[in-house]
Design a protein around this ligand. Structure first.
Ligand code: HEM
Length: 407
């Protein structure tokens, strides 16, 4: 090792400690350097609640990743068109119109139907786990497949056939594209999957326009605001946006949530004995551990934040863990407590991009946790040291959740 490298300290966010105990690193950085630039990567990590909250709606930032200084447009023409036309990164007026149309489709009847579909899908994956013995990977068999299947079912993908399986695979590959840290090969594969999903939905929209059914695509076909309706292309972009935004997020929430419950048996017992705690418990589980990742924002122009000069095109990562363990906002933040006041949770964002699927996500998570509390035998034990982790960029994700159901 050279003298220079021996002296160069590893950035806290690139350290092994961050992989193993992100909460401690984030707590330290929140105190010492709350807007911190990570050398090499160049990204800014923002760890205070107030800053994270303000950046959700900061006029000098955008969620449009084409503004990133290192952005490379997709090679495939269709993938390029999809990326360029995402309704969620569109200019404010176009974005607001799309949200109005989606809200118009979410009638009380549609929401009730979706809740029923969520319950059906959760049951589809819970049933084979009842009475199981030995080690069960609750990630592979439960929290990973459910959100994708839910979006497919809601959209109108035929249930339980080969289409549903293919949809799940495509969804899994496509959502990886959300990460700014992918190899060129991973990015190509993710884009190809997104294109296939889009083509599937465009055809589905054309079919539902001819013959509506009880599903979201039919509702979107019929939704209109004062002046207009959605085109098949817009529906396709909307549904692909739901896949990208609503699958991995819910999987993370479900997987981390079940892990947290198993790590806190006394809290799990409270929840079992008083199911009315579930809505607040869902919030608290999301607050307590949604992983170490940060939500990306890109600087539209130079601006200052806590005395740091952010340059046009730079990436800011809004740390959920930073915000949700901030002691200025959550007292005794490292304690998991299903009865805590969670009203300042900001896991679903804030402002014009506030999560369109927040209610659906909460319903999905409540159903998943309820099912797990019901089906886990009393002797179930999390095999924490056998959890498989995967790295993407400086973040890590859970890739298996082995639980011993007993013999
Ligand atoms: C635990 C699960 C979820 C979490 C933590 C979550 C979180 C978020 C956050 C933080 C945003 C704001 C993004 C930003 O400001 O750039 C967002 C936006 C969005 N979410 Fe979710 N989400 C979840 C589940 C879902 C689900 C299930 C769906 C739909 C089926 C969904 C659909 C969307 C959409 C479409 C947007 C973009 C809204 C816009 O730009 O106007 N999300 N979500």
């Amino acid at each position: 090792m050279s003298a220079a490298s021996a002296e160069t300290p590893v950035d806290p966010f690139l350290s092994e400690e961050f992989q193993g105990d992100p909460a401690s690193v984030i707590a330290r950085m929140r105190d010492e350097d709350p807007v911190h630039q990570i050398p090499g990567i160049g990204a800014w990590m923002v760890t205070r609640y107030d800053d994270v909250r303000a950046l959700f709606t900061h006029p000098d930032t955008t969620n449009d990743r084409r503004q990133y200084e290192h952005h490379r447009p997709p090679e495939d023409a269709m993938a390029q068109w999809i990326a360029a036309n995402s309704p969620f990164a569109a200019p404010p007026e176009q974005h607001a119109r799309m949200r109005r149309l989606v809200s118009a489709a979410l009638t009380p009847r549609a929401v009730m139907r979706m809740e029923g579909q969520v319950r059906e899908v959760v049951e589809q994956f819970a049933a084979p786990l009842r009475g199981r013995r030995g080690v069960v990977d609750l990630f592979a068999e439960f929290t990973e497949p459910i959100p994708n299947t839910v979006i497919g079912r809601i959209t109108g993908v035929p249930p339980k056939g080969s289409d549903e399986l293919r949809w799940r695979q495509l969804g899994r590959d496509a959502v990886r594209g959300v990460s700014p840290f992918l190899s060129p090969e991973e990015r190509r594969q993710s884009e190809a999957s997104m294109v296939e999903i889009c083509e599937y939905v465009r055809e589905l929209a054309a079919e539902r326009r001819r013959e509506p059914r009880e599903d979201l695509v039919s509702d979107l076909v019929q939704a209109h605001d004062a002046s207009d309706r959605m085109t098949n292309d817009e529906i396709m972009l909307m549904v692909s946006g739901l896949v990208a935004a609503g699958t991995e997020t819910t999987t993370i929430g479900g997987t981390r949530g079940i892990r947290t419950l198993l790590q806190h048996p006394e809290q799990m017992e409270q929840l079992r004995s008083d199911p009315s705690l579930m809505p607040n418990a869902v919030n608290e589980l999301l607050r307590f551990d949604f992983g170490s990742l940060g939500l990306p924002r890109y600087a539209l122009q130079d601006f200052e934040l806590r005395g740091k000069k952010i340059r046009k095109g730079e990436l800011l990562l809004l740390s959920f863990m930073g915000a949700h363990r901030d002691p200025e906002v959550f007292r005794d933040p490292d304690r998991f407590d299903v009865r805590r006041d969670t009203s300042r949770l900001t896991i679903f964002g804030h402002g014009p991009h506030y999560c369109l699927g927040a209610n659906l996500a909460r319903t999905e998570l409540a159903c998943m946790f309820e099912a797990v509390l019901n089906l886990l035998p009393a002797e179930a034990r999390l095999l924490e040291d056998q959890i498989e982790w995967i790295r993407f960029g400086m973040f890590n994700a859970i890739n298996s959740l082995p639980v011993d159901f007993g013999s």
